[in-house]
Design a protein around this ligand. Structure first.
Ligand code: NDP
Length: 448
């Protein structure tokens, strides 16, 4: 009989927590996972999955317009938001069920209440029960950050956006990152007038500047309004239910919804971590070492709560590495080099490796190759929207150190090409590969 109730107690059934729980159980540990909301976490319940389904839904607006040039007689299009919203929410519930089933199949106990840390091996459940565990994993993720301004209660975040009663006619979006640009595209395609408000003149910091410039240019050409170097003073609710954003740096903006997407902050408040002696960093993030261990040896953390790389596949890898190392006798660490990422804007951006600027800083010099082209489908449709692909090459070694793309299906194409960049293939290897014609991806092997 073990001295602890569980070998592993996971707080949070999101991407990282579910993977860690399942793998630790498969290695033979007695595992429980506590979840106060819904199994699946941000990605499944109010993030990547429902967002991607909305992106698909939004794309039909352009596809239906373009269909005419391909000979299709499409009657006047009409979008019904509640139909899409309810279908997406039903799919989310289906996936939530599958996640629960997977945990059940691995004999992981799901405790549907909030848990907090009460000591190095102790936990307290919201219902009052106290439990003990040999190891505790904090995988509680993060939540949208909100500024402290008057009227912020009238704004929504990515938590509420999937549940809107009706499609707004005018949307103001605060932020210039992933969520802001993705929802700018979604709302625009659904017919709303979108104003993006960015605090500086740089959007999507960390992405290649040339690629981001292309997105800004295309977004402006589509009719999105972008206010750079602007901030919010307050949000006022008008008698008719509409909102007025009183701004700093630009005129007031009138809207039906205001969406704040200015980053996410770790969910560590009220979790008992500070009381248990766990060191927290900036923003309340749990500080961990290369093995996800906090300064308290029995307490670990993975995923967004550590505020390192806030991406689902990274949290999953971290959960897997933690469980293999701690319960499977297979010491594993995640390799953070060359993590591919994408912004599902309209059109999407995808990227892996160093940007041109990063390569010049790190390597001293870098060669770039670009392909600036109009996708065949856009040409026939009369859509004046150009794609841009960019290879960043180490001049000394000929190694491709970065690949950056904007254009239709860029994330799908980049995932495959990321294997080549991760494997440190050279530009000569790209050149030696025969083009697959006609495709957009062939541009990757035709840049000279
Ligand atoms: P991001 O970190 O992507 O972007 C935050 C934006 O808000 C930046 O433009 C930032 O400006 C700005 N900002 C930060 N603080 C303030 C402030 N106080 N006032 C005004 N503006 C501010 O955050 P998101 O909320 O869009 O997304 C959160 C995270 O979720 C992402 O970092 C990403 O890791 C993940 N995510 C990933 C997706 C994907 O993989 N496709 C999709 C959605 C989210 P500045 O650059 O000046 O700091």
């Amino acid at each position: 009989m073990s001295e602890f109730d569980y070998g592993l107690f996971v707080i949070g059934a999101g991407s990282g927590g579910v993977r860690a729980a399942r793998i630790a159980a498969a290695h033979g540990a007695r595992v429980a996972v506590a979840e106060e909301h819904r199994v699946g976490g941000t990605c499944v319940i109010r993030g990547c999955v429902p967002k991607k389904l909305l992106v698909y839904g939004a794309h039909f607006a352009e596809d239906l317009d373009d269909a005419a040039m391909f000979g299709w007689d499409v009657p006047e299009k009409r979008f019904d938001w509640p139909v899409l919203r309810d279908n997406v929410l039903a799919e989310v519930s289906r996936l939530e069920g599958l996640y629960g089933q997977t945990l059940g199949n691995h004999h992981v106990e799901i405790i549907k209440e909030r848990a907090a840390v009460a000591g190095p091996n102790q936990l307290r459940l919201a219902g009052g029960r106290a439990v003990t565990a040999r190891k505790i994993l904090i995988a509680v993720g993060a939540r949208p950050a909100l500024p402290n301004i008057d009227g912020i209660e009238h704004a929504i975040t990515s938590n509420e956006v999937f549940h809107l009663d009706r499609m707004p006619k005018r949307v103001v979006i605060a932020g210039g990152g992933y969520i802001a640009n993705e929802f700018a595209g979604i709302f625009h395609q659904f017919g709303a007038h979108v104003t993006l408000v960015n605090r500086s003149d740089t959007m999507l910091r960390g992405y290649d500047e040339q690629i981001v410039d292309r997105l800004v240019k295309i977004s402006l050409a589509k009719g999105l309004d972008i206010r750079f170097n602007a901030g919010f003073d307050r949000i006022e609710k008008n008698e008719d239910g509409s909102l007025t954003c009183v701004m700093k740096g630009c005129d007031a903006i009138h809207a039906d919804e205001v969406l704040f997407a200015i980053g996410r902050q770790p969910n560590t408040e009220g979790l008992g971590l500070a009381e248990a002696g766990v060191a927290l960093g900036e923003n309340g993030a749990v500080i961990v070492d290369d093995d996800y261990r906090t300064n308290v040896p029995s307490i670990f953390a993975v995923g967004d709560v550590t505020n390192r790389v806030q991406l689902t596949p990274v949290a999953i890898r971290e959960g897997q590495a933690f469980a293999d190392s701690q319960f499977g006798n297979k010491p594993t660490r995640v390799d953070y080099r060359c993590i591919p990422s994408a912004v599902f804007s309209h059109p999407p951006i995808a990227s892996v490796g160093l940007t041109e600027g990063q390569a010049r800083n790190r390597l001293g010099s870098a060669k770039t190759f670009t392909s600036d082209f109009r996708a065949m489908k856009n040409v026939l449709a009369g859509r004046n929207e150009r794609s841009l692909y960019k290879l960043v090459v180490d001049e000394g070694t000929d190694e491709v150190v970065g690949l950056h793309m904007i254009g239709p299906d860029a994330p799908e194409i980049l995932q495959a090409a990321a294997v080549a960049v991760k494997a440190r293939l050279k530009k000569a290897d790209f050149d030696a590969t025969v083009a697959l014609h006609p495709s957009m991806a062939e541009e990757l092997v035709l840049m000279r």
